[in-house]
Design a protein around this ligand. Structure first.
Ligand code: NAD
Ligand code: UDP
Length: 343
């Protein structure tokens, strides 16, 4: 029997990690989750078992624990790591920068040390379009200048630099840096999805909570941007497409690719009002909204040129905005309290 490559998913119980877990299982990898559940719920493991029909290997622990990570890498003969673990709330990072530097930068350092120690040199990293700051033009290509507008974005930029430095120092390293645009949607089963704690910061989960009746209306942050309808334009990407990008990245690296940094988006920008109307269509529910001032730090338009990922990884996104909304709605309406079990 051919041994399946074992892949460590740090933060694998989170939103993107859990969807990637399923995609990797289907692609004949054997993923192993390391998560401290600081922003996820162990119920996700039962859901993953239901989707995949197999027990879900998971270690509860922090990526900050270098010895634990090195031990896992060695004991399981892990071939590659996908590093999702980290904090991601922009506003919180402004209020508590040290929390972000500690976990996101400390986590990256700890992981790289553990991987070096265990001679595991293949890494895929969850970066973000936030590294482009306020782009001068759109669509964005990977050679655009990088900058940061908040501590969260700063951590992504520094993590990219750390990865580049270890690759420079030791030719054994192979790293794929994936710059995600705006991940949305859920697995079509409706069993796993995005489960924010408290009021969502991001548009799609907020819209879905309005549609399900948890919140009375959406605040539309600004309608005076230089965009067709005045509201902010983003490149929403279905989390199922995003999960497939990780499969493609790992396949390329394990086949000997030396490494890459690629945008993971659709190349198509949609406004806030486009999302509202697609969600109303998908859910059959009204999404009332009120116009509100611009949110500080927001950019008018942000969407990818995804040509490099298509060229290097033979990957491109397939899902439409309507299917992103339909899958979000199935998850939201089946699980109005997310993974929190109702009494
Ligand atoms: P998430 O919060 O749902 O998942 C992150 C997981 O990491 C959680 O399960 C959390 O419990 C875990 N975690 C956090 N710190 C840890 C630690 N020290 N040790 C072990 N586990 C830890 O977030 P997500 O949306 O799935 O994002 C995954 C990655 O993708 C993050 O690095 C995030 O910054 C990046 N990213 C996300 C988006 C987005 O919009 N969701 C966009 C661009 C990049
Ligand atoms: N947005 C909004 N109301 C909300 C949340 C977001 O109008 O409650 C807008 C936001 O101003 C931006 C778009 O929706 O134009 C996407 O915001 P999100 O936070 O999801 O992604 P990001 O801005 O980080 O790309």
């Amino acid at each position: 029997m051919i041994r399946k490559p074992i892949i460590l998913l740090t933060g694998g119980a989170g939103y993107i990690g859990s969807h990637t877990y399923v995609a990797l299982t289907e692609a004949q990898f054997q993923p192993l989750i390391l998560d401290d559940f600081s922003n996820s719920n162990p119920v996700v493991l039962d859901r993953l078992e239901r989707i995949t029909g197999q027990a879900v290997p998971c270690h509860r622990g922090s990526v900050l624990n270098t010895e634990l990570v090195a031990e896992l890498l060695k004991v399981h003969a892990i071939e590659a790591v996908v590093h999702f673990a980290g904090f991601k709330a922009v506003g919180e990072s402004v209020a508590q920068p040290l929390k972000y530097f500690d976990n996101n930068l400390g986590g990256m350092i700890s992981l790289l040390k553990a991987m070096e120690n265990a001679a595991c040199h293949t890494l895929v990293f969850s970066s973000s379009a936030t590294v482009y700051g306020d782009p001068a033009t759109v669509p964005i290509t990977e050679d655009f200048p990088r900058s940061h507008t908040n501590p969260y974005g700063h951590t992504k930029l520094v993590c990219e630099d750390m990865i580049a430095a270890v690759c420079q120092a030791n030719a054994a390293w192979r790293a794929g840096v994936l710059r995600y645009f705006n991940p949305v949607g859920a697995h079509p089963s409706g069993l796993i999805g995005e489960d924010p704690n408290g009021p969502p910061n991001n548009l799609m989960p907020y819209v879905s909570q309005v549609a399900v009746g948890k919140r009375p209306f959406l605040h539309v942050f600004g309608n005076d941007y230089p965009t067709p309808d005045g509201t902010g334009v983003r490149d929403y990407i279905h989390v199922q497409d995003l999960a497939q990008a990780h499969v493609a990245a790992l396949q390329a690296l394990l086949l000997g690719d030396n490494g890459f940094t690629v945008n993971i988006g659709t190349g198509q920008g949609y406004s806030v009002l486009d999302v509202v109307s697609a969600f109303e269509q998908a859910s059959g529910k009204p999404v009332p909204y009120q116009l509100a001032p611009r949110r500080p730090g927001d950019v008018a338009r942000c969407y990818a040129d995804p040509a490099l990922a298509r060229h290097l990884l033979s990957w491109s996104a397939n899902h439409t905005l309507l299917s992103m909304c339909e899958d979000t709605w199935r998850w939201q309406s089946n699980n109005p309290e997310g993974y929190r079990l109702l009494e």
